[in-house]
Design a protein around this ligand. Structure first.
Ligand SMILES: O=P(O)(O)OC[C@@H](O)[C@@H](O)c1c[nH]c2ccccc12
Length: 280
């Protein structure tokens, strides 16, 4: 079975169990008490290219990223380094996190960035859960929701709850479906979630087919400041980066290099970026 299909199949079983533990009605009660949502879309649209820095314990293609996984420390280091938003995997089975990690980060004292709940969303229950744990945004993988009406409903629900939502695409056809469903932010994944193959030219090629005023995010496989500048020149408002910063000895410093706050353009800076930015 292809990877994305396997994860989604697993997700559906997990959802049945979760719905028994906490009904959608109970989540609606909980989300009424969540802190007010922060402006995710506005954060992505700020001048220059915005970095959405990711928190995940592991991934199916790369395994564990850090000897010690400390989500709260990472979040604060990302904000101090100049990230404009934080993405936290909500998936436990394949990425090692769980919704409780999203909740921890979203409600972390001293953190002011918007936080995105990142999961394989196939049901409105997950959008409710995202807001209930305090997330400001969610990501919906267009391919995992083959029904157009359901896709539009999921995006609309996130909007009604005051959240931003990235509609993640992999092909031009995905992007067309996302726009048809009313997506306000389009993410384009350089990684094929079925095979895990990465081609960082992919997002730019698909970006070129879209109009100028849609908010867009280049996702996955980016390792250096020059990848960031390339995405910016392709017209992206934001980039989503995980591995390169999660596997750096100093994730805060890795964020600073991505956003150009450190040692830009100097030979020493480039060498350091190369060394830490491209883990083996
Ligand atoms: O770690 P990377 O290669 O920098 O990628 C981050 C992010 O784009 C990737 O984790 C991702 C993008 N879309 C997803 C959907 C599900 C799970 C994971 C993802």
């Amino acid at each position: 079975m292809f990877m994305l299909d396997e994860i989604v199949a697993h997700k559906r079983i997990e959802l049945e169990r979760k719905k028994k533990e906490a009904s959608a009605a109970r989540l609606r009660d909980k989300l009424a008490q969540a802190r007010a949502p922060r402006d995710f879309r506005g954060a992505l649209k700020a001048p220059g290219i915005s970095l959405i820095a990711e928190i995940k314990r592991k991934s199916p293609s790369k395994g564990e990223f850090r000897a010690e996984f400390k989500p709260e420390e990472l979040a604060l280091a990302y904000e101090a380094g100049g990230a404009r938003a934080i993405s936290v995997l909500a998936d436990e089975a394949f990425f090692g996190n769980g919704a409780s990690v999203v909740e921890q980060v979203a409600n972390l004292g001293g953190l002011s960035l918007p936080v995105m709940y990142k999961d394989f969303i196939v049901d409105e229950y997950q959008i409710l859960e995202a807001r209930a744990v305090g997330a400001d945004a969610a990501l919906v993988i267009v391919r995992s929701v083959p029904d157009d009406k359901q896709l539009a409903e999921l995006l609309a629900l996130a909007g009604e709850l005051g959240m931003g939502v990235i509609a993640e695409c992999f092909t031009p056809a995905d992007a067309e479906r996302a726009l048809g469903a009313g997506a306000g932010i389009i993410g384009i994944n350089n990684r094929d979630l079925q095979t895990f193959e990465v081609d960082i030219r992919r997002a730019g090629q698909i970006r070129a087919l879209l109009g100028g005023d849609i908010v867009t995010v280049s996702e996955s496989g980016m390792h250096s400041r020059s990848d960031a500048l390339q995405a910016q020149s392709e017209g992206f408002d934001a980039m989503l980066v995980g591995e390169a910063i999660l596997s750096a000895a100093d994730p805060g410093a890795a964020v600073r290099r991505f956003v150009g706050r450190e040692a830009e353009g100097t030979a020493a800076g480039e060498a350091a970026a190369g060394k830490e930015g491209v883990p083996g």
